[in-house]
Design a protein around this ligand. Structure first.
Ligand SMILES: Cc1ncc(COP(=O)(O)O)c(C=O)c1O
Length: 394
């Protein structure tokens, strides 16, 4: 059976159809952890023959990394993938691969806090300017394009306000001007969204989140064509943000349950967002698969499920918000998302703490905005926990 005929659910478990990795040759059903920094050769002649990126030195590449990279490439329908020591290592390495001094970037204003920090505050040091536009308005992306624009950066759904970017409309503008497109697809996961179907060049994940799925590793992943990846591999070698083999093995293990986890998270998040929306103490709920979401139709067109994250505001004061999150029992008060356990955080203090108050205001990130990452627990228990915490805030 050819890979392209298989479903994501099967690919996540089995990997490539003709699995020729360590798994099959050793007879082990599970791939090995090649926990080594370096690879020995028996002669100088052999050293000359070793291809960089294969079994040479783990910062260049490693079989355990290659195994999980193949699965991610298949899930995203790209020629290949590379894994990194964090989502931010993946993002910064991709951007430095795509642009150089004098180039211009168009990016949406609503992106993950450290991504915004990098684009707005770090890149200008290297003579790279970014124009920020409203994520939900493709026309603004088009109008911001200049002759020097080399890259369009998207993130959909956005962290933490769950805006949806019209990926195919923006790719169309980019193609017309020969501009590279990148999408941070972390919030969706490959189960809910496949940006390659809309013509995106480079798909990025904080694999710390849904791909890993167990809140026990920090890692990043990039899926793209061979040409971009060979340059990106050079960036990974030079910047050094490579993933450790043990973490790569945990990522591979996490991926096996990706489809069932995400299916449950989609279901739980939709149920909880719907419950909160009807609750009298709730001011607003942001979740793409709620009918009340301003881009509900686009979300349904672009995504198979709404994902495991939503955000909301309570009617009341900042104190009420604090009292609410502190009295939750099942939802741990912690940043991050995409794991099997439910988490809750106030993004103004965590994922977007590095932004100035005015930058946060522009993004609609108030100290009252609560972001929820829904796990795979039973929905009745999660609903009861939210209900009880709401009743306690007075
Ligand atoms: C959408 C998004 N992109 C990137 C990142 C950064 O990933 P990491 O923490 O793995 O570096 C995060 C982290 O929360 C995120 O939510």
């Amino acid at each position: 059976m050819k890979n392209r005929e298989m479903h994501a659910e099967t690919i996540a478990v089995q990997g490539r159809a003709a699995n020729t990795g360590t798994t099959r040759t050793s007879g082990s059903v599970v791939g090995s952890i090649v926990q080594t920094a370096t690879f020995r050769v028996s002669s100088i002649e052999e050293q000359r023959e070793v291809r960089l990126g294969e079994e040479f030195y783990t910062r260049y590449g490693n079989p355990t990394l290659a195994e999980v990279e193949n699965v991610i490439a298949d899930l995203e329908s790209t020629e290949g993938a590379l894994v990194f020591a964090s989502g931010m290592a993946a993002i910064t390495s991709c951007i430095f691969t795509a642009v150089r001094s004098g180039d211009h970037i168009v990016a949406q204003q609503a992106v993950y806090g450290s991504t915004y920090d990098f684009l707005a505050h770090w890149l200008p040091r290297f003579g790279i300017e970014t124009t920020f536009v409203e994520a939900t308005d493709p026309e603004q992306f088009a109008r911001a394009i200049r002759p020097q624009t080399k890259m369009i950066y998207m993130e959909s759904p956005t962290n933490p306000t769950l805006k949806i970017v019209d990926i195919s409309a923006i790719v169309e503008y980019a193609r017309r001007h020969n501009i590279l497109t990148l999408v941070d697809s972390t919030f969706a996961s490959p189960i809910n969204q496949q940006p390659r179907k809309f013509g995106v060049d480079v798909v990025i994940h904080s694999a710390t989140k849904f791909l890993g799925g167990h809140s026990d590793i920090i890692c990043g992943a990039v899926a793209a064509d061979r040409n971009f990846l060979s340059r990106l591999r050079e960036a990974r070698i030079v910047f050094g943000g490579v993933l450790d083999p043990h973490a790569a093995w945990l990522l591979r293990r996490g991926l096996k349950t990706l489809s069932v986890r995400v299916a449950r998270q989609n279901e739980n998040a939709l149920g909880l967002a719907g419950f909160l929306e009807k609750h009298p103490r709730i001011r607003s709920v942001h979740y793409p698969f709620l009918r009340s979401h301003p881009q509900h139709a686009l979300a349904r067109k672009q995504m198979k499920g709404g994902g495991g994250v939503f955000s909301f505001e309570i009617e009341g004061t900042v104190r009420n918000t604090q009292a609410f999150v502190e009295s939750l029992k099942l939802f741990a008060l912690a940043p991050s998302l995409g794991g099997v356990e439910s988490l809750v955080t106030v993004p103004a203090l965590t994922s977007h703490a590095m932004l100035s108050p005015s930058e946060r205001k522009l993004l609609g990130i108030t100290e009252q905005l609560i972001r929820v990452s829904v796990g795979i627990e039973h929905i009745d228990d999660l609903t009861a926990d939210l209900q009880e915490a709401l009743s306690r805030i007075g």
